[in-house]
Every structure is written in structure tokens, then in C-alpha cells.
Write a protein that binds this ligand. Structure first.
Ligand code: NAD
Length: 490
């Protein structure tokens, strides 16, 4: 049974409650894990607070923390196959994707291992003679790290690695649907060796465990990846003590194809942009915007290939697309499809659960494409978080930019053209945290990741992702102190 890890010990929840973890491919129970609640969370927060004040942790140098992170990266590489298998069993995603995720996790730990001892602060110009002014970065304190189910370990690594690099302590809460690889990561971290209380894992629901983390007066920072509405709730709760807040929220990313784009490559990537991870990627290319002159040809090719996508068990090397993560999510996605049809979007392919006995056991939905959409439709405006592509057309560069930005989200965007000057003009106008030119989905630890508008606050990864986990301190030293003689000096 998967347990929680609090104050250096593996524990059951205080109530003894448990939760079954389900394989979305066939609804089989993969594991049973502890189900914590507020009381367990308070205990974990107290442990993290105590550890933050403990010299054993506070006195480690950046170099030593970097070494711990490097060891974690190495262990993840050793456990790559097992971690990837677990991620596929728990999320349903295909194994190749899980392997990519786990390689990404190791790279994130290695990147922050390298950064942990690099920032020694800076000396700034002081307006006064005989003085030295410097600015240093210090850890924030106790961090609450809340992660989603779509990239369970990868999204968490964006938080855990920089939090350690900066010298914080933490309470980790993975999604209740997908806790298995996170439990395994904690085992790895225990083996690498951290003082008790530095790393704590609490399993359970968002409304109890997550809410306690967001509200607690003893948590100094909350970093959350998940839905925009949950982000709003967390931000409100975090006002209790004005915690530092980092929010990585939803997206509805435009993928803009000009007529001069390399046709075959653009089609290929457009499919990958939406159907990767069964459309359950925050940065999925959900809104395809195609120049009118190539629209018919482009859609025909997309539909032809979408029909051939093989759905099945993520562990089967033949499978190209797995199921959605849960019955509740399947229901949400299905609702969006019905709404789209009611709103007059033209269903070009998919739109229903696949036939065949094996697939009935899992939470499958066919790759779905809606043609002739417009930006007033809810299917275009909302994040469906499923394998649903909407297609709109444009005539001019200006129109493409206007449609691309016609969303409350701003996580990512892509533009496809062979005209490099046009690409630069469009990039400069798109309101998104990441913009790809003739590519899609690519991200890596060196580059900051995060959103404009309602896609979030702050950035993960890159050096900016480390700075989120630090407080700035200005230190001013008078090197020739003299009496001022200001008060009561008659
Ligand atoms: P979610 O918001 O339902 O849950 C995310 C996490 O928050 C889970 O651990 C959940 O238990 C917890 N949670 C729920 N209610 C809470 C509350 N009141 N207080 C504190 N914690 C709470 O999201 P999800 O369904 O797990 O993930 C899908 C969403 O995540 C999508 O909207 C997607 O776009 C977004 N996402 C964004 C990024 C990004 O980088 N911007 C990356 C991945 C996923």
C-alpha cells in the first residue's frame, strides 16, 4: 500500500482511510494508497516548518544541495523503466510519452543541480560613500507544491527541484488520481538522504489537503499546476498570509498555419499538437487556424490521418493514443462534444466512444475534429482538455493574430510559415508565454515556462523558475559609522 511520507517516516493517514488507484485503460485497481486529510496536512506543514529552522538543512551549501539534486537525477535515470511503466499504468498515456516524461524529470533535477550554487548575489551601487550594498537571495521557507494528473511527475519536478536548490522545505500533494510515481520519487529522495521534515508527502483530495496547504498561515509559498478555476480558489485562500503564489493554469493554444508552411510537416505536427497525451496537455494545440487557400486540403489530410490513430493500452508499443484519465473527465469531454454539435460546429471525424470490446473498459474517446468553427463557440473558448481539435480559417496575417489572441488563456502558441520576417511579426503580437515557430510542444529545463493572461502567474524552469523559490534581501553596510547628532543634541 502506498503511504504518505511525513517528518522522515512512511505513515498511514490519521483516519486510516485509503483510496484505490485506477488504471484508466481498463479500470483495474493498480494500488491502494493512504487518503490523508487536513489533520495529516497540518502535521506535515509543522514538520516542514521545524526542518526549515533546523541547522542540518539551513547550513547545507548550494553546492551540497546541488549534489543531492544530481544524485536524484542519477537515480531517476536508473529507475527510468519502472517509473515510466507506473506513469503509463496510472495515466493511460503511451509508454513512449512516459519515457519522455521521465527523461524530462531527470533533466530538470540535473539542471537545478547545476544552478544551486551559481547565484552568490550581487553588489549594487550605493548612493553613499563608505558603504557596501548587496542583494542576496534566500529560501522562502515552507513550500506547498500541488501537482496535476496529466504529467504527474514531470510537473512536480518543475517545483521540487528548484525548491530544494534554493534551500526550502516542502509539503508535496500530487493529484489524488495519479500519486504512484510521486511516491516512488519520495522513495528515491529518502535514499539519497534529506534531514527529516525537509520533504513531506501528503496524499488526498484538493478540497481537504490542497485547501489546507493554500490556507495555512505556516506555508510561505504555494506553487500550483492545474485548472484555472482551482487556481482562482487557491489564490483566494493564499491571501490568508499573502503567500508567494505561483500558478501554472490552463491553456487553449492556437496553432497558426500560413499557406506557405511546409504542408506535410505542418499536418503532422498539428496532429501531434492536439492528440499527444490524448489532448490532456495544458499547452495542446487545440485551436487550428488555417489560411483559407489551403484549408480544404489541410483538413482532408488531418481527417484521413486522425481516422487511423490506434487507441489502446499505453503499454502496447502499437498504441498511439491512450484513454482519458477518469470516468468524470470522459463525461466532461463528451459534454463539450455535444455542446459543439448544438452550437453548429461541423463534426469532421470522431466525436464518440470507440467501438470494440477491449476499449469499452477504458475511458476512451475518438480523436475528434470540428471544422468551420468560430471564436464565439464554447468549444473554441473553453479548455476541453480532451482530443478535440477546432478549426477556423483566416485570410490575412492580422486576422490570424486577432483570432490567435481571442482567448482568456495565454500559455502557448505556434506559427507555421517559411517567411521568417512574417514569423517574427506574428511572434511579437501573440500573447503567450511560449511561442513556437515551425514546431510544437517542445520545452526543456533551460527555458522558462508559464502563461500570460488567465494561464497563470510566474514561471517554472529556467533561472526564473529558481527565483520563484527565493526571497530577495538587500544588505546595507556602513563601513565608517559616525554619530548623526540628529536627536536631542542641544
Ligand atoms: P485540478 O485543478 O483539478 O487539480 C490540480 C491539483 O489541485 C490536484 O492535485 C488537485 O487535487 C488539487 N486541488 C483541487 N482543488 C483544490 C483546492 N481547492 N485547493 C488546493 N488544491 C486543489 O487540475 P487537474 O484536473 O489535475 O489538471 C488539469 C488542469 O491542469 C488543466 O486545466 C490543465 O490545463 C492544467 N495544467 C496546466 C499546466 C501548465 O503548465 N500551465 C500543466 C499541466 C496541467
Amino acid at each position: 500500500m502506498g503511504k504518505m511520507y511525513i517528518n522522515g517516516e512512511w505513515v498511514k493517514s490519521k483516519t486510516g482511510e485509503t483510496r484505490k488507484v485506477i488504471n484508466p485503460y481498463n479500470q483495474e485497481v493498480i494500488d491502494t494508497v493512504a487518503e490523508g486529510n487536513r489533520e495529516d496536512t497540518i502535521y506535515a506543514i509543522q514538520a516542514a516548518r521545524k526542518a526549515f529552522n533546523n541547522e542540518d538543512w539551513r547550513q547545507l551549501t548550494g553546492e551540497e544541495r546541488g549534489d543531492l539534486l544530481y544524485q536524484i537525477a542519477q537515480s531517476i535515470r536508473k529507475e527510468r523503466d519502472e517509473l515510466a511503466r507506473l506513469e503509463t499504468l496510472n495515466t493511460g498515456k503511451v509508454l513512449t510519452e512516459s519515457i519522455g516524461d521521465i527523461d524530462g524529470v531527470a533533466n530538470v533535477f540535473q539542471y537545478y543541480a547545476g544552478l544551486a550554487d551559481k547565484d552568490g548575489g550581487s553588489v549594487i551601487n550605493s548612493p553613499n560613500p563608505n558603504s557596501v550594498s548587496r542583494v542576496v537571495r534566500e529560501p522562502v521557507g515552507v513550500c506547498g507544491l500541488i501537482s496535476p494528473w496529466n504529467f504527474p511527475l514531470l510537473q512536480l519536478s518543475y517545483k521540487v527541484a528548484p525548491a530544494i536548490a534554493a534551500g526550502n522545505t516542502m509539503v508535496i500533494k500530487p493529484s489524488e488520481l495519479t500519486p504512484l510515481t510521486t511516491i516512488k520519487l519520495i522513495e528515491i529522495m529518502e535514499e539519497v538522504g534529506f534531514p527529516s521534515g525537509v520533504i513531506n508527502l501528503v496524499l488526498g483530495q484538493g478540497s481537504t489537503v490542497g485547501q489546507e496547504i493554500a490556507e495555512s498561515l505556516d506555508v510561505d509559498l504555494v506553487s500550483f499546476t492545474g485548472g484555472t478555476e482551482t487556481g482562482r480558489t487557491i489564490m483566494q485562500a493564499a491571501t490568508s498570509n499573502f503567500k508567494k503564489t505561483s500558478l501554472e493554469l490552463g491553456g487553449n493554444s492556437p496553432n497558426i498555419i500560413f499557406a506557405d508552411a511546409q504542408f506535410e510537416t505542418a499536418v503532422d505536427y498539428a496532429l501531434n499538437a492536439i492528440f499527444f497525451t490524448t489532448g490532456q496537455a495544458c499547452n495542446a494545440g487545440t485551436r487550428l487556424l488555417v489560411e483559407k487557400s489551403i484549408h480544404n486540403e489541410f483538413v482532408n489530410e488531418l481527417v484521413k490521418r486522425a481516422k487511423n490513430i490506434r487507441m489502446g493500452d499505453g503499454l502496447d508499443p502499437e498504441t498511439e493514443m491512450g484513454p482519458l484519465v477518469s470516468a468524470a473527465h470522459l463525461n466532461n469531454v463528451d459534454n463539450y462534444i455535444q455542446i459543439a454539435i448544438e452550437e453548429g460546429a461541423e463534426l469532421a471525424v470522431g466525436g464518440k466512444r470507440p467501438e470494440g470490446e477491449t476499449l469499452q473498459k477504458g475511458f476512451f474517446i475518438e480523436p475528434t475534429i470540428f471544422n468551420h468553427c468560430h471564436s464565439k463557440m464554447s468549444i473554441v473558448q473553453e479548455e476541453t482538455f480532451g482530443p478535440i481539435l477546432t478549426i477556423e480559417t483566416f485570410d490575412t496575417e492580422e486576422e490570424a493574430i486577432q483570432l490567435g489572441n481571442d482567448t482568456r488563456y495565454g500559455l502557448a502558441a505556434a506559427v507555421w510559415t517559411e517567411d521568417t520576417n512574417r514569423a517574427e511579426r506574428v511572434v511579437g503580437q501573440l500573447l503567450a508565454g511560449t511561442v513556437w515557430v515551425n514546431d510544437f510542444h517542445i520545452n526543456f529545463p533551460q527555458a522558462p515556462w508559464g502563461g500570460y493572461k488567465q494561464s497563470g502567474i510566474g514561471r517554472e524552469m529556467g533561472k526564473e523558475g529558481l527565483e520563484e523559490y527565493t526571497e530577495l534581501k538587500h544588505v546595507y553596510k556602513n563601513t565608517a559609522p559616525q554619530p548623526m547628532g540628529w536627536f536631542g543634541n542641544q
